[in-house]
Write a protein of this length. Structure first.
Length: 326
């Protein structure tokens, strides 16, 4: 059966580290509160001249190298991001031009923290129906530039980074076995940026009113996230006629350690089978799943034939999972 197999992974995080102690100087918070409530110790922050495409290109080049392909071999590039370089063109177009993937069609997907899994699912459809053979899928964010650094509800949890995979159509047992995407737009206002678009176009007033920054009802988002993630992981397992005990690795969106712990506890999956890097990177939205995957692939945790579940939840609201046989 034709499936999309992940033949390369890559990640990139900016070099500047912002610790919880640094945040103590910006807002009324503490290292203790942040560690206890989120599991985050530090996060990476892009340089002033570093945009989402810059991070994406570095992650993409690492994935291309691991896959052993040339940029011209890529037929499709999809970037999941809510922090594109600019409204248009797409960040994927900029990446396509700069890496020399001249044969690839390229576009972005806006599904917030679920953006990478949404993008991977779209690429998977194109590969399985035979339209394209090789796809570059990227999750990348520079959230530090859309955060209100005086809002302790948001500034302590987010960070910047990028992750990428190369998918290739292959006949065999390995690859993406299924993807599961969901949206509930009735709760869009739990997590959003009000201004800068066609609803509240840029004006001096809206900037003064801080409408250009992310707003989040964290506690309500947290509760919906736990329930939705449990359901969408089970959906992937049951769809493939498996049991939670068949899963070797969960690679979760690193939103909050307590969300991850609550979800795997409900599923009776030991935390040792979860790939975690939230302590070092915080919540990097669409980048978090491919960044954690890259780590687990490169350090040898992920082995051939392992059953892996990706999961994510974010603004939209959107949530998603994917089940992969490595
Ligand atoms: O990425 C995908 C979507 N996003 C998420 O999944 C994020 C989900 N939400 C969260 O991760 C958590 O809700 C937060 C980490 C954002 C907040 O944690 P919480 O346990 O839900 O805290 P809370 O908002 O219920 O606030 C509890 C208390 C409040 O004080 P009082 O009212 O109990 O006196 C807050 O004012 O903690 C206070 N607080 C803080 N204290 C120190 C809120 N933020 C901070 C802070 N430092 N940064």
């Amino acid at each position: 059966m034709l499936r999309s197999r992940i033949i390369g992974t890559g990640a990139y995080a900016p070099s500047k580290v912002l610790t919880n102690f640094d945040l103590e100087k910006l807002v009324d918070t503490s290292d203790e509160w942040i560690m206890e409530r989120t599991g985050i110790r530090e996060r990476r922050i892009a340089a002033e001249d570093e945009a989402t495409s810059d991070l994406s290109i570095k992650a993409a080049n690492n994935a291309i190298k691991m896959a052993g392909i040339k940029p011209e071999d890529i037929d499709l590039i999809i970037v999941g991001t809510v922090t594109p370089d600019m409204f248009f063109p797409s960040t994927a177009s900029i990446v396509q031009g700069k890496i020399g993937a001249k044969n690839a069609v390229a576009f972005d997907i806006s599904a917030a923290c679920s953006g990478f899994i949404y993008a991977m699912s779209i690429a998977d459809q194109f590969i399985r129906n035979g339209t394209y053979k090789t796809a570059l899928v990227i999750g990348a964010e520079v959230l530090s530039k859309i955060i209100d650094w005086s809002d302790r509800n948001t500034c302590v949890i987010f960070g910047d980074g990028a992750g990428a995979v190369i998918l290739r159509g292959d006949n065999g047992k390995s690859g993406i076995l299924s993807t599961h995407l969901h949206t509930d737009g009735s709760m869009w206002d739990l997590l959003y940026i009000p201004g800068g678009g066609s609803r509240y176009p840029v004006s001096h007033q809206m900037i003064d009113d801080k409408l250009i920054y992310m707003k989040m009802k964290g506690n309500e988002t947290f509760k919906v996230a736990v329930k939705s993630l449990e359901a969408v992981i089970l959906e992937a397992i049951e769809h493939n006629k498996m049991k939670p005990s068949d899963v070797n690795w969960i690679i979760p969106h690193q939103a909050n350690l307590r969300i991850i712990q609550a979800v795997v506890k409900r599923l009776d999956i030991p935390i040792e089978r979860v790939v975690l890097n939230i302590e070092r990177y915080g919540n990097t939205s669409a980048a978090s799943v491919p960044m954690a995957l890259d780590e687990a692939v490169r350090d040898g945790r992920v082995k051939k034939d392992d059953v892996i579940i990706f999961e994510a939840f974010g603004a939209g609201l959107t949530w998603a999972s994917a089940l992969i046989r490595w």
